[in-house]
Write a protein that binds this ligand. Structure first.
Ligand code: PEP
Ligand code: MN
Length: 337
């Protein structure tokens, strides 16, 4: 339920309603909006609750939350969430760009690349230290050593670090180095991992599972939000279809759909979404035109020799072109980049 308080409701009235909600066995979440305060009553909704809560002093109306993802739903809050991690701000007027290699390969690689990307306008640095690979024989990442390399690149550039965490028991370690914890597509429904990331309090970048529906995606986000961590970014990274001209199919209707259903910012990953470097610039332009709040891109100084995902990695020069083109698209949709 959502208890909408009157514009002139007092703090005492708001507190009282929050206590009433607790007494009914629900969890109150007070949201102070620009004009009005609303209290979400989270938990199992049941008949008769509206009648119990509506007569409360200072209450304007009581509404049901129809979506199964209560905290992620735009029914709960119309104000958009802006996720902040160091200089990275996702969900505001500026479209932000997170870029870097698929895998952190060496200290020199990541530091040199981070400098170039920063100069070209990136605000976040991506790079995998723990890599989810289809084959157990493929490079699995430098693990903690890779995290230290990322931390050095941050010390050199100030870029916010976005890196994947694959297991609940690794969350404290990865959180020590990272500014944003990425949950990969293959782990979108790893509920213990989602809860551990929620508990860490670190901003999260949740990638859509390659076969997940939007409702499953939002319910996965709900697991993080439900642990009291409001800083969740939803990332469309492409889904598996019968189509084989691209690695995955990148459905950009996800962006306006999620903006309608949720207050959480939406990030698009045209690198994994296409799997082909040639398609990354056009699909980045399209993502910005569709309203994406951020892009996450794989950039490598020598894509041919990348240890992972070279075919979809663009060079720093191409990244520069991408930024110039996307800046113009952003202006056309009343945003900056
Ligand atoms: C990645 O970002 O390198 C990655 C493994 O992404 P995804 O989980 O979307 O496949
Ligand atoms: Mn990758």
């Amino acid at each position: 339920m959502i208890v909408v308080m009157k514009v002139d409701a007092t703090i005492a009235q708001i507190d009282h309603m929050a206590q009433r909600i607790t007494a009914l066995g629900l969890t109150p979440q007070v949201i102070h909006g620009k004009h009005q305060t609303v209290i979400a009553a989270l938990g199992q909704e049941r008949a008769g609750l509206t009648e119990v809560l509506e007569p409360g002093e200072g209450v304007e109306k009581v509404l049901p939350i129809m979506a199964p993802y209560k905290r992620a739903s735009s029914e709960l809050t119309r104000e958009r969430t802006v996720v902040k991690a160091r200089g990275l701000e996702v969900g505001g007027a500026r479209v932000t760009v997170i870029a870097g290699p698929c895998s952190v390969e060496s200290e020199e690689q990541i530091v040199v690349l981070a400098r170039e990307l920063k100069d070209l306008g990136a605000t976040g640095l991506r790079g995998g230290a723990f890599k989810p690979r289809t084959s157990p024989y493929s490079f699995q990442g430098h693990k903690e050593l890779g995290l230290k390399m990322l931390a050095n690149a941050r010390a050199e550039t100030g870029l916010a670090i976005v890196t994947e965490v694959m297991a609940p028991e690794h969350v404290p370690m990865v959180a020590e180095y990272a500014d944003v914890l990425q949950i990969g597509a293959r782990n979108m429904q790893n509920y213990q991992l989602l809860q551990a990331v929620g508990d860490s309090g670190k901003p999260a970048l949740l990638k859509r599972g390659m076969s997940a529906t939007q409702e499953e995606f939002l319910l996965a986000a709900e697991y993080i939000l439900d642990r009291g961590n409001p800083n969740v970014m939803l990332c469309e990274r492409g889904i598996r279809t019968y189509e084989d001209h691209t690695r995955f199919t990148l459905p950009l209707a996800t962006v306006p759909y999620l903006h309608d259903k949720s207050h959480l910012p939406v990030v698009v990953d045209p690198s994994h979404g296409t799997g082909k470097s040639k398609l990354v610039i056009p699909m980045s332009r399209a993502a910005v035109a569709a309203g994406a709040d951020a892009l996450i891109l794989e950039v490598h100084d020598d894509p041919e020799h990348a240890v992972s995902d070279g075919a979809q990695s663009i060079t720093p020069a191409a990244f520069g072109q991408l930024m110039d083109q996307c800046r113009r698209i952003a202006a056309a949709v009343d945003r900056t980049l």
